[in-house]
Design a protein around this ligand. Structure first.
Ligand code: SF4
Length: 344
C-alpha cells in the first residue's frame, strides 16, 4: 500500500465526529471551511451549528440581511468573510441556479472563494481530485517529503499541490484531504509531533532524519503595525448613548461607539478637544474606564474607552451615528473590542 491509502484508512477509523463530515453537502462544506479559516475547531463548531440551525439551506442563507449574518458571526473576526459569504450565497442562488459547482475554476469565480475553499468544496463535497493546502497540510507534507520551500506563499502552494496532485487520484479525495488535515491537527502537531502514533511514519523524511523540528520552513513575517482606537462612550441621561455603524474597513457594517483613530496614544485633553468647544463646559464627568489590546492579522490595536457623562448631544455630521438605550445595545452586531468593553 502507498502512504495515501494508509492515510485514508487511518482517517476513516480515527476522524473526530464533526457535523460537516461524512456527507456530500457543499453548503455545509463551504460554511465549515470559511468559519474554520484562522479559527480552531472548538471555537468554530458552535458558529457552524448556529448558522445551520438558523439557515438550514443556502437559499435561506441568501435571503438573510447583512445585519443578521454579522450578528451571528460576531466574535469570529475577519468580518469581510461574513459579508462575502452573503454575496456568494446570493450569487449562487440567483446566477448558478442555487447549486455550487464541482469544478474548482468555477468555484473560484464566486466572491470570497479562493483556491483553498474551492478545492475543499470540490474534493470534499464532490470527490473532485484536487489537493487542499492549509497550515496543517503544509506541515505534514513538508515533513513527509522534506520540502524546503518556505510557507505560506503562492509558490509554496504550487509546490505542495504538485507534490500531491498525482497521489490523490489513487484514493477517495474527500478522505485524503481531510485525512491530511486531521493528521496535522491530531498527530503531526507543530511541537512534539506524536510520531509513534503516526500511520505514515515509515514514509516520513523528517522522522527518518530526526528533523521534524526543521519543517515546515516558515516565511519571515512582516513586523506588525500599531493603531490607537479611542472610543467615546457618551453617557446621556436615561442610560442613553451614541452608536456608530462602520461604513468601511475590516469592521464594515459592525457597530461601535464614536472612535478616534490615531497612530499614537491620545489622552483626556485630545478627547475633550474633539467635542465642540461650546459644549465642553457642560461635560459632567470624563474618565478612562477601560483599556485593552486586540491583535488582528496585520495590526495590533490598543483600545481605550472614555466614559463621558453629559446631557447635551455632540454634533456628528454626515456620519451614521444614532442614539439608543444601553439596554438595547446587545441587539447590534459588534467586533471583539466593543464586546470586551461591554462584557467588562
Ligand atoms: Fe509528522 Fe511524525 Fe508522522 Fe512524520 S512521522 S508525518 S513528522 S507525525
Amino acid at each position: 500500500m502507498n502512504w495515501s491509502q494508509i492515510l485514508v484508512e487511518w482517517y476513516e477509523k480515527n476522524q473526530r465526529d464533526l457535523p460537516w463530515r461524512n456527507q456530500h453537502n457543499p453548503y455545509h462544506t463551504w460554511l465549515s471551511e470559511v468559519i474554520l479559516q484562522q479559527t480552531r475547531v472548538e471555537q468554530g463548531l458552535p458558529y457552524f451549528e448556529k448558522f445551520v440551525s438558523k439557515y438550514p439551506t443556502l437559499q435561506e442563507f441568501a435571503n438573510a440581511s447583512e445585519e443578521d449574518i454579522l450578528f451571528l458571526w460576531q466574535g469570529l473576526g475577519y468580518y469581510s468573510r461574513a459579508r462575502n459569504m452573503l454575496k456568494a450565497a446570493q450569487y449562487i442562488t440567483n446566477s448558478l441556479g442555487g447549486h455550487f459547482n464541482h469544478t474548482p475554476t468555477i468555484l473560484r469565480s464566486i466572491v470570497g472563494i479562493g483556491p483553498y475553499t474551492a478545492n475543499a468544496i470540490a474534493s470534499i463535497a464532490y470527490e473532485y481530485p484536487v489537493p487542499v493546502i492549509d497550515g496543517n497540510v503544509y506541515r505534514v507534507v513538508a515533513r513527509l517529503y522534506g520540502i524546503k520551500e518556505a510557507v505560506p506563499s503562492e509558490k509554496a502552494r504550487t509546490v505542495f499541490t504538485d507534490a500531491l496532485k498525482d497521489i490523490i487520484t489513487s484514493v477517495k479525495p474527500s478522505s485524503f484531504n481531510q485525512g491530511l488535515m486531521e493528521l496535522g491537527a491530531l498527530v503531526c502537531t507543530p511541537k512534539n509531533p506524536k510520531c509513534n502514533l503516526c500511520p505514515i511514519q515509515t514514509f516520513c523524511f523528517a522522522f527518518n532524519n530526526k528533523s521534524q523540528h526543521l519543517f515546515p520552513i516558515k516565511k519571515i513575517k512582516k513586523k506588525a503595525t500599531f493603531a490607537h482606537y479611542t472610543y467615546l462612550h457618551f453617557d446621556f441621561p436615561d442610560n442613553r448613548t451614541f452608536l456608530y455603524r462602520r461604513t468601511q474597513g475590516i469592521w464594515q457594517g459592525l457597530h461601535e461607539f464614536p472612535v478616534l483613530i490615531t497612530e499614537t496614544e491620545i489622552g483626556q485633553k485630545e478627547v475633550i478637544q474633539h467635542i465642540d468647544s461650546q459644549q465642553v463646559n457642560d461635560i459632567m464627568s470624563i474618565e478612562n474606564t477601560f483599556s485593552c489590546a486586540h491583535q488582528l492579522s496585520h495590526v495590533k490595536i490598543f483600545g481605550k474607552f472614555w466614559k463621558i457623562k453629559c446631557n447635551f448631544r455632540p454634533t456628528y455630521q454626515n456620519l451614521p451615528i444614532f442614539e439608543l438605550s444601553m439596554d438595547d445595545i446587545g441587539n447590534y452586531s459588534m467586533h471583539r473590542l466593543m464586546k470586551k468593553y461591554l462584557d467588562k
